[in-house]
Structures are given as C-alpha cells and as structure tokens.
Design a binder for this molecule. Structure first.
Ligand code: GLU
Length: 480
C-alpha cells in the first residue's frame, strides 16, 4: 500500500440517510482532507433483503447538503470504481476461492435444518449457538461429489482454536480477542454474495484504504478482518473506532427515541454548518475548548487523541441552541435567502424582508419562521379573551387598559419613535396602576395573538399604525 491517505464510509442503503452516517463522514473526510488524502463513499448493498433503492441517492444528497461531498463514489467516479458492492461480486468470489486454496476457508454444505437442529441441541445444553465445523473435515473427494450434485454451499472462514488476534486502535490502543470466541463465520452466502466481513476487507484493500474509521460497534469484528488481511498477505490498515451516538438512556441512537434521519433535520431547518459543529462536538473537542467552530477548523485540528470513548448523548436541545447561534451569525440578507426553501411561495416578500431582522434572535430553526411570524402576514391566530387578561388583572382592567392604549397610540405623533412610545406606555401603566410589563403584554396579545412574540415595538412598526389600531379594536371587541 502506498503512503496515500484514503478514508471511506461504507453505509448500507437501507433507509433514510442516518445521522450516524453524517457523523462518520465528518471525521473520515476531515482526517482525509486534513492529511492531503481522499474521502470515499462506498455503498455496502450486499444485504439485498434490506436494500432500498432511493437510499443511495439520498445518502449522496445528504452528504452534499452537509458539505461532506466525497471525492470518489457512485455517481462521482474515481480510479477504484465501481463503488457499489453488488457490482464487485467477482472480487469477493475470487477472494473466497483464494482463501480455500490457502487452507483458511472451506465450503460448508450444511443445510438450514441441520444448523437449526444443532443450535437446538446447544441451547438444550445451555451452550451458545456455534457451528460445529463439520464441513471443515470433508475430504476433497466429498466436496467434489457435493459440488457435482449441485448442492448449495456457503464459504466459511476457518479460525484457529488457539491464540489471540490483536490490533492497535488509534483511539483505544491495543485490543485483543481470543480466537476461540470467533466461530468459523460465513464469508460467502449460498447466493454467491459476500457477508460484510469479506466484502469490507476485499474492498478496503482494493481501494487502498489507509485508515478504517468507523463506529465502535465494529470493534468485535475487527480481529476477523485482521486475520483475513494476514491470510491474504495484505497490509493491515489503521483502525479507529469512534464512539456510538446514543439516546438519552445511553442505548445506541435509534429511530424510536431520536430523529435519526438526516432528511428530518434538513426539513426542520437545521443549518448544515450547525449540524457539522454539533456532530463534531459529539465525542471530540477542539484543543482550545471552543464550542463554535466550522468544518475547516475541524479539518485543521482533528486528531484521534482528542476523541473521547464515552458514548456521547445526542441532545436535540443542544443542537437547537447551536443552530440558533448560527442563525444569529447570518446577515439579514443571508438569512432571508436561506429561509426561501422553508416558506410558502405566496408569502409577501416585502414584509418578509422587514420581518427577518426582527425575528432573527428568536429563530432556532428555519422551519419555524412562518409559525413564529404568521401574524405579520395575516390575522393573528384566534385565542381566548382570557389571554388578554394579566395574571392579577380582570377582564375589566384589561379592557380599560386597551382602550387607553388605543387612544395613546392614536395620539402618538407620526413617525413613531421607540423612545416616545415606551415612555408613553410606562406613564400610562402607572396611571392605570398596572405593571408596565402587564400593559405591554396586553398590547402584545392584541397585536400578535400570542404572549410570546418578536420585540413588540419593532413588530408594530412593521404592521403600521392603521393595522395596529385595527387589531387593538378587535381585542377590545373580544373583551367587551
Ligand atoms: N456497512 C457498515 C455500516 O453500515 C460499514 C462498517 C465499516 O465502516 O466497516 O456501518
């Protein structure tokens, strides 16, 4: 293997593109590009029962959205094509045959029924299910007879009973497994397709992958892979097993407890740069402890030494906070542009331009823009009259407050200024014997239909005096 730095992700196209795929893509790409290397996408589609046609396209689209586009992959091309495993069958068959020739693999003709019977007996003896290696002792003649009869078979790898297999993990150090725990695994299925272990080794070798950076759930498979490299006489790549993303209860991140689909995050209006920042913080930290940084920082600073091994909890609240920070960093013009895919085509763009700076501080997802700002574009949402009544007030005091506020707003010379308005409202509140905050709240509900809204004065300015007075009249009618 040359000194090239080549890293890959190898997702299975089995459903919606997964946050775990983005997480692995981020570190693989950052390490590869940080070291002048290449980042590869390979599609592991050999489990045809779980195959989903659209998935491969969506994986690529999600990576593009996040700015994690691979250098090589299906639909992109590269010197090591094809990048889809079902298009590489020949290589796996060759490798399986080679392993048999080398004396480390064998054809196994055991039927499903026999294996089930074997596992039943083992269960009765309270033993874990294991293949008893019956076909390992078949003679050449027996094998040829079985083949001549057209008996279906799988190819298994023969694992020595003795010894241990050790590898060095760039994050976790030396890891050893006793060989006897490995159980002559199947490498090639009876349909001629490889299982993961064979395909991953054959492809990582063929694609000259220098660093295998993947999730920790693959640690226990790695000894098997190391053995295969050794049997084939191939150079063993470097390994690094990243911590798994976890649900709040520390189980592996799952659909039932988190949104795992990258499509969902995009639809909700999480910014790709916020996603990247958040994912990077899951299990890794910047040397200077900064929490907000961009992809180029990760590329420059990433080292395996700074990866933690404790399972990071995928925290939507934290992601939402980070997303809000990124939204606030955008210029008004940028935010306006980036909101476009998230709003209805008919929304008044002139009003929208005025609303963007006012809402910016409150927006945590692009997808909530219309929900938070609907009152600018149409009538405020209907609400109970009681929403207009402050906690310690009565409908009568609220009504009185609104009438006086209306008169005040009407008398306020135009153009309004924030200072005059605020001073006038505070004076009015003390005349009414109300807390200023309560008076602002009554007006806020009248104007926006809600007790949480963007800054009130700025909102009124956008709506204009006439519209504000109409809304106050409507609230007065509601209370009367
Ligand atoms: N297909 C495996 C997965 O979906 C790839 C694991 C690896 O990177 O070796 O996670």
């Amino acid at each position: 293997m040359a000194d090239k730095v080549r890293l890959r992700i190898a997702p299975s196209p089995t459903g919606d593109p997964h946050v775990g795929t983005a997480y692995m893509a981020l570190f693989n790409r950052a390490y590869a590009h940080g070291h002048g290397g290449s980042f590869i996408l390979r599609i592991e589609d050999t489990d045809q029962t779980r195959y989903n046609e659209a998935s491969q396209r969506e994986i690529l689209a999600s990576l593009d959205w996040l700015g994690l586009t691979p250098d090589e992959g299906p639909g992109i091309g590269g010197d090591y094509a094809p990048y889809v495993q079902t298009q590489r069958r020949e290589l796996y068959t060759q490798a399986a045959n080679r392993l048999i020739e080398l004396g480390h693999g064998y054809r196994c003709f055991c039927t499903k029924e026999r294996l089930e019977e074997l596992h039943r007996e083992q269960a009765a003896r309270r033993e874990p299910p294991r293949y008893d290696r019956r076909c390992w002792s078949l003679t050449q003649v027996q094998v040829e007879e079985n083949l001549a009869q057209g008996m279906p078979y799988v190819v298994r790898m023969h694992i020595p009973e003795e010894g241990t297999t050790t590898f060095n993990d760039l994050i976790r150090g030396e890891i050893s497994f006793e060989n006897r725990v490995l159980n002559d695994p199947i490498l090639l299925k009876s349909d001629g397709l490889p299982v993961y272990h064979l395909a991953v080794v054959v492809d990582d070798h063929a694609m000259e992958v220098s660093h295998v950076v993947r999730a920790e759930e693959w640690i226990s498979s790695t000894p098997l892979h190391v053995m295969l490299y050794q049997y084939f006489g191939w150079e063993v790549p470097k390994f690094a097993h990243m911590p798994l993303l976890r649900n709040a209860d520390r189980s592996k991140i799952s659909k039932r407890k988190n949104n795992t689909s990258l499509k969902w995050y995009r639809e909700q209006g999480f910014l790709p740069e916020a996603m990247i920042n958040f994912l990077a913080l899951m299990g890794w930290s910047m040397p200077d402890g900064r929490e907000i940084f961009d992809y180029s920082d990760i590329e420059r600073e990433f080292t395996f030494e700074r990866v933690t091994t404790s399972g990071p909890v995928f925290d939507l609240v934290k992601l939402t906070n980070i997303n809000g920070k990124y939204i606030r960093q955008l210029s008004d013009e940028e935010l306006y542009e980036r909101l476009q895919p998230y709003i209805s085509p008919g929304l008044d763009r002139d009003i929208m331009r005025k609303v963007v700076p006012v809402i910016k501080d409150r927006l945590t997802r692009l997808g909530e823009f219309e929900e938070l700002t609907g009152f600018f574009f149409g009538q405020p949402p209907p609400h109970e009259a009681s929403l207009l009544v402050p906690k310690k007030g009565t409908p009568e005091t609220a009504l009185e407050a609104l009438k006086r506020t209306r008169a005040f707003l009407d008398s306020l010379p135009e153009p309004w200024t924030h200072e005059e308005w605020e001073a006038g409202m505070r004076a009015l509140a003390s005349e009414l014997g109300m807390k200023a905050g309560d008076l602002f709240m009554v007006l806020r509900v009248a104007v926006t239909g809600s007790n949480v809204s963007p800054p009130l004065y700025e909102s009124m300015e956008i709506l204009g005096k006439e519209e504000v007075l109409k809304r106050v009249d409507r609230a007065i009618a509601l209370l009367s």
